[in-house]
Design a protein around this ligand. Structure first.
Ligand code: XBP
Ligand code: MG
Length: 255
């Protein structure tokens, strides 16, 4: 009988409500470039269906900016615009004012104390992960994760399974000893296509996403004084998402 040895965490929307900062950073980059583009929260919620900031900008141009005079080297233009956005984003997060979501720090510490292995599988740019972990979690927290699989290290971003497969390959673990923690429909699809049992903590931009196939969907990972609530599946009488709950969920799903 195997056991649950490894937790794989998504970043944006899962560790912290960072998508709103991404949105503001995109808008700052557009303004700095003299573009009259502004992504409202509503528009951004739609655009999040496309993962990856560069892919998202290209999708926006194709769908919403037909008047945009495309430069000869559009992909370089987008890459430069995205690099500017990443500068805005990392500068904001580096101020250390981005709080982790409820239960994230607690669960990570519980997992470490239980000797579990930790990895990250995210679509976002690596620099965004570094600054969030160092400034919002702990200065040395990059070392807590055996792999930080981020952004363009794989050919296809979520919902493709690539980033989770990459993370497991680099950790030398099999899907049946892992569990993924996500916030979005694309993330759920990616993790499940990689063969992973998945817990979803719904986030600010994913309340209307389809999580039908998720083993457990909660409002957040919870704290003893701020309990989680199951939106789908059962909390097994746990007040918050803790290691025993993850292990029982994992077993129930044929772990
Ligand atoms: C979320 C994403 C990212 C961010 C923006 O990643 O899809 O594209 O929205 O970051 P995840 P970049 O939920 O997998 O962490 O602009 O660096 O892509
Ligand atoms: Mg996410």
């Amino acid at each position: 009988m195997g056991q649950l040895t490894t937790l794989l965490f998504d970043v944006d929307g899962t560790l912290a409500e960072t998508e709103e900062i991404h949105r503001q950073s995109f808008n700052s980059a557009f303004k700095q470039a003299g573009l009259g583009w502004h992504w409202s929260a509503e528009r951004y919620g739609e655009l999040l269906a496309v993962t990856g900031g560069k892919e998202r900008i290209k999708h926006y141009i194709d769908k919403y900016a037909p008047e945009f005079e495309q430069p000869d080297n559009l992909s370089q233009y987008i890459a430069d615009l995205h690099a500017s956005k990443t500068e805005h984003y990392t500068r904001t997060v580096a101020e250390g004012k981005v709080p982790l979501r409820p239960g994230v720090r607690r669960l990570l510490n519980e997992a470490r104390q239980a000797g579990m292995r930790l990895g990250i599988a995210t679509t976002t740019t690596p620099a965004n992960v570094t600054v969030l972990l160092e400034k919002s979690l702990a200065q040395d927290s990059l070392q807590w994760f055996e792999v930080i699989a981020a952004g363009g290290v794989v050919p296809a971003k979520k919902p493709a399974p690539d980033i989770y497969l990459y993370a497991m390959q680099h950790m030398g673990v099999e899907p049946d000893e892992c569990l993924a923690i996500e916030d979005s429909e694309n993330g759920l699809i990616s993790a499940q296509q990689a063969g992973l049992k998945t817990l979803v903590a719904v986030s600010q931009y994913t309340h209307d996403h389809d999580f039908t196939n998720a083993e457990l969907v909660v409002d957040h990972l919870g704290e003893p004084d701020n309990p989680s609530h199951a939106i789908q599946g059962s909390m097994n009488n746990s007040a918050c998402v803790d290691i025993p709950l993850l292990k029982s969920m994992w077993k129930k799903q044929g772990g």
